[in-house]
Design a protein around this ligand. Structure first.
Ligand code: HEM
Length: 232
């Protein structure tokens, strides 16, 4: 079994912890639903995840996240999320890869703060409506997990943590690798569509991609391996 700590992914990407004073918890109300599409990118995803694992597994843990973060406040959170994810993925296995992608897209912009889950409103176009995120899918799984967690432990567990857990559990369910997920992420309240432009673009040239990855603490080797995975 290959293990990769999600907090090590955050660390490797130099994704900052969110300042508690600047952030808030989302309620399940804010974990909105979207319709599910039906296309499988499973093999590509598994390969990508293994590569991400390979690239990031040896990076340092930390960032203040910890296993068992909700041990006292919501001890059943992982079981609840696993049950909901299992139920959803058994019905739609093709959502596993997109759920991991959603987690990746969340972390790449403003850190793993759940900002990709926030809806646009009259005064703000949110990250999820930015072009690279228009093809994200599986929001309904996050929403269902959040609703179930809220029923057990209202106002305790962040959407960002739920997204991290769902991504892990979905991949494991389709026989991908398993990795421990330290918890304690804070949800952000800021979500700006234009910031999603910082996600890797399929139209970027090599210099742009190198600079982008470097800005997240990823090397040229990381870029080559990840880009290669996309072609598989
Ligand atoms: C190297 C940088 C990357 C670039 C340039 C990139 C770009 C893209 C693009 C252009 C698409 C098609 C989106 C559409 O259909 O409109 C896509 C899909 C996808 N990407 Fe990435 N990606 C990258 C890294 C990753 C990583 C690291 C993962 C996994 C953690 C990932 C997982 C996926 C998945 C699962 C899909 C298919 C989504 C679906 O079927 O709903 N990508 N990517």
């Amino acid at each position: 079994m290959i293990e990769v700590s999600e907090s090590s992914i955050r660390s490797a990407l130099k994704l900052r912890q969110n300042d508690a004073a600047d952030h808030d918890r989302h309620t399940s109300y804010e974990c909105v639903q979207e319709q599910m599409a039906c296309q499988t990118y499973l093999s590509t995803l598994i390969f990508q995840l293994l590569l991400v694992t390979f690239l990031l597994a040896n990076k340092a843990n930390g960032d203040g996240l910890k296993l068992g973060f909700y041990e006292k406040t919501c001890p059943k959170v992982e079981g609840i999320v696993q049950n909901v994810t299992s139920e959803k993925i058994s019905l739609a296995p093709s959502l596993a890869a997109p759920l991991l992608r959603m987690h990746f897209h969340d972390c790449f912009v403003r850190g793993c703060d759940g900002s990709v889950l926030i809806d646009s409103n009259k005064t703000n176009q949110a990250e999820k409506d930015g072009f690279p995120n228009l093809s994200l899918r599986g929001f309904q799984v996050i929403d269902a997990a959040k609703t179930a967690v809220e029923a057990a432990c209202p106002g305790v567990v962040s959407c960002a943590d739920i997204l991290a857990l769902v991504a892990r559990d979905a991949i494991y369910q389709i026989k991908g690798p398993y990795w421990p997920v330290p918890l304690g992420r804070r949800d952000g309240r800021t979500s700006i569509a234009s910031e999603s432009a910082s996600l890797p673009s399929p139209f970027a040239n090599i210099d742009q991609l190198k600079a982008l990855f470097a800005s997240k603490g990823l090397s040229v080797k990381d870029l080559v391996v990840l880009s290669g995975a996309l072609q598989s």
